[in-house]
Design a binder for this molecule. Structure first.
Ligand code: NAD
Ligand code: IPM
Ligand code: MN
Length: 370
């Protein structure tokens, strides 16, 4: 059956990285009869330039219909001055909210060949395999009121509101516990219950969810600031980390650097399974942004985008074998000493975006014919 993919390359290095995934999809259609049907839209600054909005209604509807959305990156200095509601990032936030993609899976895996590319000592990151489960549709990102008000005395007040309801914490905790069961069976929940009421509730609900349905999984709690410290002190102590939208954003950027580069980190954003079909809405995107400093130079690392497509194969289409071999192709290419500039090491061969993509595709194709 046809598998529909909606591509939103976006801005900056987004389209450059997406180009490499497009080649892999074309190969899978031609050689593996994968039957992907592609459509493509505009998001972020590209959509603003074309329609004056960060995503058009038509493209929103296509994203809602597709089996999966592949997203590049949005933003850049060109759009720094556009109105807040139509800034590039608003397109991504609308997709997450309208598609109800509450569960953001951000794995941080240190490929053996990259242990020395991390800013930490190689022995601290070698073999690292952690999964950050970030709540994605709640918290301070979406809570109301969210505004700047004029106090009339020459002062203004900026307001963001952190809100979490029981059901939101329960469902993200459930995802974390379920995934932990397929891994090392350990969850660390991070919040700030020492200063935030939402943190107190988060801690209670995660504890109750654990007691009720997942007592076979080992559960720990950590204050999120201490969690950040532990992530760089002794990252291998973690298996699954579950945390809120804002802490998850920050902690996953920290985790990215443990793996060598932001250009390595993929993510999957998943909704709840549909009651009738069992299908989840899903969007796959690299953790990195549009990297304006290197956009257009042909040097961006496409691995985060390609690994996001591997997550898409696994979670949206149950193509586990293909996902595994695409991930193995990435590891093999790194083992061969092929590097983009962000992960360059002594003695390695530096390549650009296209050559990195081509080499991964060639290696992936080689793994298929075995
Ligand atoms: P960024 O992730 O774009 O870049 C941070 C640094 O990492 C830069 O030095 C960049 O060159 C490097 N980098 C990132 N991805 C790379 C890759 N694939 N290969 C090589 N190097 C890479 O973050 P930023 O500079 O803080 O933000 C730039 C813009 O991107 C902002 O407008 C921000 O809002 C947006 N942003 C978008 C997303 C997204 O679309 N999901 C995520 C984060 C930031
Ligand atoms: C991310 C990004 C986004 C976020 C921005 C671009 C809205 O930083 O996906 O990590 O803050 O969630
Ligand atoms: Mn981020």
């Amino acid at each position: 059956m046809a598998k529909t993919l909606f591509l939103l390359p976006g801005d900056g290095i987004g389209p450059e990285a997406m180009g490499e995934v497009r080649k892999i999809i074309a190969y899978m259609n031609e050689e593996l009869a994968a039957d992907f049907v592609l459509d493509e839209g505009l998001v972020g600054g590209a959509a603003y330039d074309a329609h004056g909005a960060a995503i058009s209604e038509e493209d929103m509807a296509k994203a809602m219909q597709a089996d999966a959305v592949l997203f590049g990156a949005v933003g850049g200095p060109k759009w720094d001055a556009v109105p807040y509601d139509v800034r590039p990032e608003a397109g991504l936030l609308r997709l997450r909210k309208d598609m109800q993609l509450f569960a953001n899976l951000r794995p941080a895996i240190c490929y053996p060949a990259l242990a020395s590319a991390s800013s930490l000592k190689p022995e601290l990151v070698e073999g690292l395999d952690i999964l950050i489960v970030r709540e994605l549709t709640g918290g301070v990102y979406f809570g109301e009121p969210k505004e700047i008000i004029d106090l009339g005395n020459g002062q203004k007040r900026g307001i963001d509101t952190q809100i979490y309801d029981t059901y939101e914490i329960e469902r993200i905790a459930g995802v974390a516990f379920e995934l932990a069961r397929t891994r090392k069976n350990t969850v660390c929940s991070m919040e700030k219950r020492n200063v935030m009421k939402s943190g107190v509730l988060w801690n209670q609900v995660v504890t109750e969810t654990h007691k009720r349905s997942y007592s076979d999984v080992k559960l720990e709690h950590m204050l999120a600031d201490a969690g950040g410290m532990q992530l760089v002190r002794q990252p291998k102590q973690f298996d699954v980390i579950v945390t809120d939208n804002l802490f998850g954003d920050m902690l996953s950027d920290v985790a990215a650097m443990l793996t060598g580069s932001l250009g390595m980190l993929p993510s999957a954003s998943l909704g709840a399974p549909d009651a009738r079909t069992g299908k989840r809405k899903a969007l796959y995107e690299p953790v990195h942004g549009s990297a304006p400093d290197i956009a257009g130079k042909g040097i961006a690392n496409p691995i985060a985008m390609i690994a996001s497509f591997a997550m898409c194969l696994r979670y949206s289409f149950d193509m586990v074998k293909e996902a595994d071999s695409l991930e193995k192709a990435i590891a093999d290419v790194l083992d061969q000493g092929i590097r983009t500039s962000d992960i360059m090491a002594e003695g390695a061969r530096q390549v650009g975006t296209v050559e990195m993509g081509d080499t991964i595709l060639k290696t992936f194709a080689g793994l298929q014919s075995r």
